[in-house]
Design a protein around this ligand. Structure first.
Ligand code: KIV
Length: 291
């Protein structure tokens, strides 16, 4: 059964990923954290929307993903859900929400699904998360795994670097991917991984690989929308291709508006409201008499 037909925008559910992989069809995933962005991303035809903890860098200005809270992800997921109708909605489990016991992790994941409207969750980690992934899947929670560069480990890793750069590290990555598939994950994000390793993982797994800085062999690609559209600050990683300059567009609009206000060009008469004929302004002004 075909789940995805580009000419017929059916709602994307988890099984669509495997069906697309079997057909050799590439899928696309973008981040969104609010209603208008979700609407634009969904209406553009993106297959998956990730309510990523990258919101910590991109919209909250925390500098990394560590401070992002479950409440922030939950609130964003609700808004994204309201703004989308076709894409699969995946909510990121933020740092701390799945680290202090499996029961608590299940409870937090259920909150994202039950109250946020998430249709799947994503969490970071390899072999250390296999038991948890199995437990979540047993509780009917679809899990997207995330290995390679895992930004929630930034302090342990000492920065954002390409992973899998030794034979041993490559073996661990490949084995972790296999173990996560075996535990029931429906997809695995490969972040900042050499393309040859991503290709091996993609060929060896029946579940989908979602690449970010992992080359073109992956079954799907994911990017942080703000990077793609040029709505971020600072240097971008090599894998980001910037398709627009939204920061520039916003600055230009603000600058023009400020000029128009300062020169009296804005607002024009057509941008304001005329007084109805039956209003007697002299009478209205009489309230000023006591002053
Ligand atoms: O939080 C996020 O946006 C992510 C993607 C970069 C995969 O985890």
């Amino acid at each position: 059964m075909a789940y995805l037909k580009p000419d017929k925008p059916e709602k994307v559910y988890v099984p669509a990923l495997r069906a697309a992989k079997e057909r050799g069809e590439k899928l696309v995933c973008l981040t969104a954290y609010d209603y208008p962005t979700a609407r634009i991303v969904d209406e553009a035809g993106v297959d998956m929307i990730l309510v990523g903890d990258s919101m910590g860098n991109v919209i909250h200005g925390y500098g990394n993903t560590i401070p992002v809270s479950l409440e922030e992800i939950l609130s964003a997921t609700k808004a994204v859900k309201r703004g989308s109708s076709r894409a699969l909605i995946i909510a990121d489990m933020p740092y701390g929400s799945y680290h202090t016991g499996d029961n608590r992790a299940v409870r937090n994941a259920l909150k994202l699904m039950k109250y946020g409207g998430a249709e799947a969750i994503k969490l970071e980690g390899g072999r250390n998360r296999v038991d948890l992934v199995r437990r979540l899947v047993n509780e009917e929670i679809p899990v997207m795994a995330h290995i390679g560069l895992t930004p929630q480990s930034v302090h342990k890793l000492g920065g954002y670097r390409v992973q899998g750069k030794t034979t041993e590290a490559a073996k661990i990555l490949i084995e972790d991917a296999k173990r996560l598939e075996d535990a029931g994950a429906f997809a695995v994000v490969l972040e900042l991984v050499p393309r040859e390793i991503a290709e091996i993982v993609t060929n060896e797994l029946t579940i989908s690989t979602i690449g970010i800085g992992a080359g073109s062999a992956c079954d799907a690609q994911v990017l942080v929308l703000h990077d793609l559209i040029g709505f971020t600050f600072g240097r971008q990683p090599r894998f980001v291709r910037q398709y627009a300059n939204v920061s520039g567009v916003i600055t230009e609009a603000i600058t023009k508006w400020m000029d128009d206000v300062r020169t009296g060009e804005y607002p024009a008469e057509a941008e304001s409201y005329a007084l109805p004929e039956d209003v007697d302004l002299e009478k209205a002004k009489s309230v000023l008499e006591p002053f």
